[in-house]
Design a binder for this molecule. Sequence first.
Ligand code: AGP
Length: 613
Amino acid sequence: MCGIIGYVGGRQATPILISGLRRLEYRGYDSAGVSVIDPSGVTGDGRARVVRCRGKLAALEDKLTKEPAPGTTGMGHTRWATHGRPSDENSHPHRAGSITVIHNGIIENHLALRAELAASGAHFSSETDTEIFAHLVERAVQSGTTDLTTAVRRSLAKVRGSFAFVVMSDKEPGTLVAAKNSSPLVVGLGDGENYVASDVTAILSETRRVIFVDEGEMVTVTRQGVQITDFDGKPRVREPKTITWSAVQAEKGGYKHYMLKEIHEQPRAVADTLVGRVDLEHDDVLLDGIDLDPERIKRIVFIACGTSYHASLVGEFLVESLARIPVEVDLASEFRYRDPILGRGDLVVAVSQSGETLDTMEAIREAKKKGAQILAISNVVESSIPRLSDHAFYTHAGPEIGVASTKAFTTQLIATVLLAIYLGRRTGALPRERARELLAELLQLPNKMRDVVESGAQLQVLARRYGHSHGFLFLGRGAQYPIALEGALKLKELSYIHAEGYAAGEMKHGPIALIDETLPVVVLAPRGPNYDKVVSNLAEVRARQGKVLAVATKGDAEIGGHADDVILVPDSALELQPVLTVLPLQLLAYYVADFKGTDIDQPRNLAKSVTVE
Ligand code: AGP
């Protein structure tokens, strides 16, 4: 998830670009850069000046004081690394010949395109997928395509994946061409000047008249105006909208809190995490070049904290059921102090959204000392934990601003599913046909998630009904037990109400003493082998006047007779159900906290990344 901005007009572009990038840093801050050209030719050498560097925007501003970029046409980019570590060379904009490009998204077929271009003599200066598009457009221009718009259109035909591109050509210094597929893109309309950006945040101080570019649309932007067409060149007529949001609201995409925005970003985050990793041709998974040999893996040990620990507990179910490799899961803060028995046959999987959690970092240091192989699953490219590990597998959730982890969690679940399928196909425990079914269901998951996150109104009602309670109990069985733990953590860290997650079968061994009419009990009861047992747990609760909120599968006609409230989620493969059943729990926690008026994005006593022991 990167931030992009472009400007064509009569004013110096650089200050406008920097101001816009400052408001886009929440979308990524691994590196930043600008490309600026002077159409009048009075300043510069007739080529776009590219100034970029690793680090936050301040580093770029500092560099620009030494390397000014004059001109009235330009574009800027702030990066959240997905392909290629954060570095000066991997920073955007990328140049090839007379073309410079900035990009937000993932080019799925980047390896094939890179090989094809290299075979025809292209030389690359970065590890990124984006640079490939600059070469494609340059090659189209070189092959006699006169105008930039046509060159971009021809290049788009070769690209698969999610993208918002902005392209400049030294040969057309008063023009920007942009294109959108899945990643956000908006056009801003000024008086004798026009803009493009990832979202309105970047340009709201310049204009409130915008056009939200639709899927499969291209825009050609000059001082005089904006032409919109589809990728085949057919004109599109789009009415401008006037934005009434404040700049702060715009950064949250119009949502009240970052957390709510990030809950709604989960379908996109999951789709992005799947891009380039589902190999339907071979019914297999591509782990970004990671080569794990199950022959060498006698045991897998997940190590994590908090929400990432809950994702690891689900991972245990998935890897054991699909790959039949023994799995253990350990809290990082416990693992490192118990002199664990580990050796070369162990694969330690360190799960960490931030990649900076000190407990997890110290735990894998301990594991490395004992000879284990380390695989990091993280959301931040080149953060400390992946750098300390033998292998790194990245979720593509984009920066997670809300302290309570949501989109990082569901993308971690996806990462463990992919790992389990990858291993299962290699141990032979997962038949090809079953892998094919799971991969097909994985690709349908973002749409099913969208159904659920759009059902917030029901959770808002339940939050008001139960938000005054003194405590909550969350129950689940099997892979739903970690989801019960996660639901309880979300509720307590956001609303400060005590909540406990429990294995439903454990109720009769003590916690059932808690049950009375003042204690809401959230029970995860999706379709599956544990359904009947969970329903009998519901009956135990209701027999003691407990209030039951059941999360069940759409089409379940029985559950209503056992619960006071029912939240339905779409059916899916058993292994994928946790990705869906956690969503209503995130929304419940959010709306209870909103009802109580706590600080949702920065709950008391908490930090986004716990870098202390
Ligand atoms: C998640 O809602 C919590 N804020 C917290 O438990 C978090 O998951 C934990 O601190 C681990 O962080 P990490 O994934 O960045 O290592």
